[in-house]
Unconditional design. Structure first.
Length: 129
């Protein structure tokens, strides 16, 4: 459901070696990881019914040993929780199959999970999935 209460299905938009971010409302360079990220965003919205308004993309999260870690997606229980800066429900990290998840990345994910006491999804997909 979008901000106006209407059901919408979003699709991946690509042009000139770029891919569109529906959250940031901008064209991004089309890398393998960005393709995975934008496709998974549409899975979250179209299949799991999260609203674009309750998700942030590439959000920097600071504090409690996390330094300045960036999460691909941060999802709140509701738009109101996001607006009130409450703790998120889920942090999502996307990786394409050509990326190895480094020890440093795993450590940051563990710190974020503990900091917010929440589940975390590490989604590693190939471009065709």
């Amino acid at each position: 459901m979008n901000e106006y209460g209407a059901n919408m299905t979003y699709s991946v938009q690509e042009k000139d070696n770029k891919i569109f971010s529906h959250i940031r409302k901008m064209w991004l360079i089309k890398t393998p990881e960005e393709i995975v990220r934008q496709n998974y965003l549409l899975t979250l919205v179209n299949e799991y019914s999260y609203s674009l308004d309750q998700i942030d993309e590439e959000l920097t999260i600071a504090g409690r040993g996390a330094g300045k870690a960036r999460a691909d997606f941060v999802i709140w229980k509701s738009v109101e929780d996001k607006q009130k800066s409450k703790a998120p429900l889920i942090i999502v990290e996307c990786k394409s199959d050509n990326i190895t998840i480094s020890h440093k990345a795993k450590t940051i994910l563990e710190l974020l999970t503990r900091h917010f006491s929440l589940p975390i999804i590490v989604k590693k997909l190939s471009i065709g999935e």
